[in-house]
Design a protein around this ligand. Structure first.
Ligand SMILES: C[S@@+](CC[C@H](N)C(=O)[O-])C[C@H]1O[C@@H](n2cnc3c(N)ncnc32)[C@H](O)[C@@H]1O
Length: 170
């Protein structure tokens, strides 16, 4: 199952929502510290509701510690950025991928973007190019949901013919 990695998240409810999504999909959640909040934060806890015990949470003390763990376990590092050029919808995800998301204020640092095996974006209709006003990026937890569910859709095991038959009987 792809892993979700948040680089130095700052806003508690965003991480709470991501944690809930990870719990629901049995996806590991990796947090690269320092965080902009305490893991005891009540807004974080509230956004994750009572699903926290289901979250497979991994903490890394900084970017280097994360890179060391990634190097040890292997898999592709797939960075998500509103300014990347690769379309996430055209990408073929693999179960061992690490889906890396940036912090709310300024995204991912260049160093991590350069280390990534792929840099993907979620295309936006109104992205404010050529000096025009527009939307610079999506909310972090929305971006995680979009990409993680696309990866899982691609990787899902086909439903066996037995199940398909019983579904259609109603
Ligand atoms: C609120 S955004 C960060 C915006 C930040 N001001 C910046 O300049 O990158 C937080 C994270 O969500 C993800 N994200 C948001 N919109 C995205 C998009 N359209 N495509 C890919 N990732 C996106 C990225 O990982 C981003 O670093």
């Amino acid at each position: 199952m792809p892993r979700v990695v948040l680089f130095q998240p700052e806003i508690p409810p965003n991480t709470g929502n991501v944690a809930r999504t990870c719990a629901a999909t049995a996806s590991e959640l990796h947090l690269i510290e320092p965080l902009g909040f305490s893991l005891e934060d009540r807004y974080l806890r509230r956004a994750g509701l009572d699903y926290w015990p289901l979250v497979q949470l991994h903490r890394h003390r900084d970017g280097d510690a994360f890179l060391a763990e990634w190097g040890r376990l292997g898999g592709r590092l797939v960075a998500l950025s509103a300014r990347a050029s690769g379309d996430y919808g055209q990408f073929r995800f693999e179960p061992s991928d690490w889906l890396l998301f940036g912090r709310e204020s300024d995204g991912l640092p260049e160093e991590l973007l350069e280390r990534a095996d792929a840099r993907l974006t979620i295309p936006m209709e109104v992205s404010g190019q050529h000096g025009q006003p527009g939307v610079r990026s999506l909310n972090l937890s929305v971006a995680v949901g979009v990409v993680l569910f696309e990866a899982l859709r691609q990787l899902r095991q086909p439903i066996s013919s037995g199940n398909a038959a019983s579904d259609s009987v109603g």
